[in-house]
Structures are given as structure tokens and as C-alpha cells.
Design a protein around this ligand. Sequence first.
Ligand SMILES: [Fe+2]
Ligand SMILES: [Fe+2]
Length: 127
Amino acid sequence: MHPLLEKDHQQLIDLIEVLDKCVLDGNSVSQVTKHLDAFVTLAQDEFKNEERLMETYNYPDLVEHKKEHASLLEQLRSVHSKLIHGHTPFGEDYMHWLRNWLETHLLDADDRLEKFLYQINADGHKS
Ligand SMILES: [Fe+2]
Ligand SMILES: [Fe+2]
């Protein structure tokens, strides 16, 4: 994994694990919401960092990649709002979807971005 993306990605994966455990253990809505909030905040920051890198290095798939980020955040916000209003259970199905989304994004869109960054030798010192 490219060093510019590695730390953020690992944090997202770690938080998924925490959230997953919280759901499996049948924790309260407020507990689940707390971890979901943390995940959304982290995802927002990570997406912003990535988008900044893509802009800095004129990444050709920037628009498409940004759309994937925006779509996930929109879905997360919608579930979050349903959750706090008691309209939806946040269960294993949803965790499965979230994990799937993250894995697919990391292995596809982010992987392509990483290869691009390696190709152009982006080392994080350029801005
Ligand atoms: Fe990413
Ligand atoms: Fe991404």
C-alpha cells in the first residue's frame, strides 16, 4: 500500500472491526452510533486527503473516484439519521454491506490511485 494512504486506510479498517464487534455484541444504539460517527468522521478526512492528492497530481480518474466517496458518505449519513431516529436496526447485514463497500473501494479505486502515485513517484514531499 502506498505510504501516503496506508495509515488512514488502516484506521478505517480498524474502526470497521470495532463497529462490527459492537454490532455483534448487541450493543445499544448509542454505542453503535458513537462508533459510526467516528467512522464517518475518519472516512470524511481520509477522502479529503485522497482528493487533495488526486488534485495535486492531476489524477485522471478524479471525478469518478470522488463520486464513489460522495456516494458512500451520503449512504452513511442516511443510515446514521435513520438510526438516531429509531427507524432502522443497524445489524449484521449493514455491517456486511459497509465492509464490502470498503474492501471493494480499497482493492479497486484506491488500488488504481496507489499505482498511479507510485508511477509518478509521488512521495508526499511535493505539494
Ligand atoms: Fe481511500
Ligand atoms: Fe478512495
